[in-house]
Design a protein around this ligand. Structure first.
Ligand SMILES: Cc1cc2nc3c(=O)[nH]c(=O)nc-3n(C[C@H](O)[C@H](O)[C@H](O)COP(=O)(O)OP(=O)(O)OC[C@H]3O[C@@H](n4cnc5c(N)ncnc54)[C@H](O)[C@@H]3O)c2cc1C
Length: 434
């Protein structure tokens, strides 16, 4: 086995495996180090609901046979109301999807080493030149990519990633059968991805039901472990308790049973990214973190970050004259902010505002969503501040003020101020005064 590569990638998640696919198909020598044994992969890293949209499937050539169910709509639920948006989607079988990325990368020439736990960077003259794995093994690369998700052993050691405990979000999900997806009094969840805002079930976060066909569904919840969660939390409840509680109290889940042996859990950080690269190094996917803060869409975002990293490698190693200095690698940062997660600050603001809001405000939000036209909603979802302001009410000013005082939105004071100003100015009709 060679111990010198163009690129060493740590982690075979959607981000790392996609990066390997892109680089191998361009002719680079790539090795991926994955901590799990091949015969069990992905046992502990089979963590995702894996809801995604056709844009991802097309952009990355993902085949139909990793899809569990194609969906037609996205449903947002509050405690007493809901909003339906017609929107095509796909719920992937996450393990099959991960294996497709690995197999396709291998066909293009990427090398995989399983059972290879990356522990530390190998440094020369203050720069990373390779990685240590399994304690004593070493492998070298012109460029090293950390795609290990939140564990981020390389990015942390290099000071690229500063993942903060108060921004740590955790998620859990069961696959269930016997789910009543068209229960009277609720939105029809047949072929739908449903996201529910309800502090009783997911304090400071949200819960979901993703239909996977017939009477089966992926059912889960996540929340950020911060003081908004604490404020709404039930004494002594763990995240597992919340999911059990939902199953006991929601009539759609009364007859449901867990499909044996299937459980997904994981974590991500909801925070601004900080730096993304340094000499000979980039961090991609949840390592940075890239996940969309609002609705947890991490697969497509992670794969886009992988593609931005592959383009950066290409720019730095092409022409036979390698320049992998921090200045050159910073191309990745530019691509990330432009193409992968534009307007991250606005989306973080929306996220914190949403989770800070009380349950009653969620019911009003559903009415607001129905009232606004699709174009405005699409703009708000992209982080357009004027469109976001149209979802706000004068009664939200105390919430905005509280958010401005908290540490949940570091560096967002400016955005908040604009949000408050726009809110105050965006009161076009009396219907805004509730
Ligand atoms: C419960 C849950 C539900 C979710 N639902 C959705 C959803 O519906 N849609 C969506 O888009 N996103 C969803 N996400 C988010 C999505 O799963 C992640 O954003 C995505 O998997 C991130 O990909 P990644 O490649 O960056 O990291 P990961 O998927 O975390 O992959 C990291 C890989 O690195 C390996 N690894 C870790 N440490 C080491 C090490 N030291 N050495 C070597 N290898 C290592 C791991 O085994 C793993 O294979 C969900 C997440 C959770 C937890």
């Amino acid at each position: 086995m060679s111990e010198d590569y163009d690129v060493v990638i740590a982690g075979a998640g959607p981000a790392g495996a996609q990066c390997a696919r892109d680089l191998a198909s361009r002719g680079y020598d790539v090795v991926v180090l994955e901590t799990e044994p091949e015969e069990q992969f992905p046992r502990t890293s089979n963590k995702s609901t894996a809801g995604t949209f056709p844009s991802m499937m097309t952009a990355f050539g993902i085949p139909d046979d990793v899809v569990m169910n194609y969906t037609d709509s996205v449903v947002l639920e509050s405690p007493n109301d809901h909003f339906v948006q017609e929107q095509a989607g796909a719920v992937l079988e996450f393990a099959d999807f991960k294996w497709f990325l690995v197999d396709d990368g291998r066909e293009h020439g990427a090398e995989y080493r399983f059972d290879a736990r990356v522990t530390a960077p190998i440094m020369e003259n203050g720069e990373i030149v390779g990685v240590e794995y399994n304690g004593s093994e070493e492998v070298y690369g012109k460029i090293v990519v950390d795609a290990t998700g939140p564990s981020a052993p390389l990015a942390k050691a290099l000071g690229v990633s500063d993942l903060k405990r108060e921004n740590h979000a955790i998620g859990i999900e069961y696959e269930l059968e016997g789910v009543d997806v068209s229960h009277p009094g609720f939105a029809d969840l047949t072929d739908a991805m449903m996201l529910r805002l309800d502090h009783n079930l997911a304090p400071g976060g949200y819960s979901w039901i993703f239909h996977t066909g017939e009477d089966t569904a992926k059912v889960g919840l996540c929340y950020i472990q911060n003081d908004i969660h604490e404020r709404n939390a039930r004494e002594g409840f763990t995240i597992d308790d919340y999911l059990e509680f939902w199953m006991e109290t929601d009539p759609r889940l009364h007859g449901a049973e867990r499909i044996e042996g299937i459980q997904h859990r994981g974590s991500a950080h909801i925070q601004p990214p900080g730096s993304l690269s340094t000499d000979n190094f980039v961090a991609i996917g949840d390592t940075v973190p890239t996940i969309d803060p609002l609705w947890g869409e991490g697969i497509h975002k992670g794969m886009k970050s992988a593609r931005a990293a592959a383009s950066t490698v290409d720019a730095c190693l092409d022409n036979g004259v390698a320049d992998t200095s921090a200045e050159q690698m910073a191309l990745y940062d530019k691509l990330w902010h432009r193409d992968v997660a534009p307007r991250m600050d606005s989306r973080l603001l929306m996220t914190h505002l949403l989770y800070l809001a009380p349950n009653e405000r969620y019911d009003t939000l559903m009415a607001d969503l129905r009232r606004l036209d699709e174009n405005t909603l699409a703009k708000a979802n992209r982080g357009n501040k004027a469109a976001i302001a149209r979802l706000l009410h004068l009664g939200d000013l105390p919430l905005l003020a509280e958010l401005a005082q908290t540490r949940h939105a570091p560096g967002l004071g400016d955005v908040l101020k604009r949000g408050v100003d726009e809110t105050a100015n965006a009161v076009p009709t009396p219907s805004w005064f509730r």
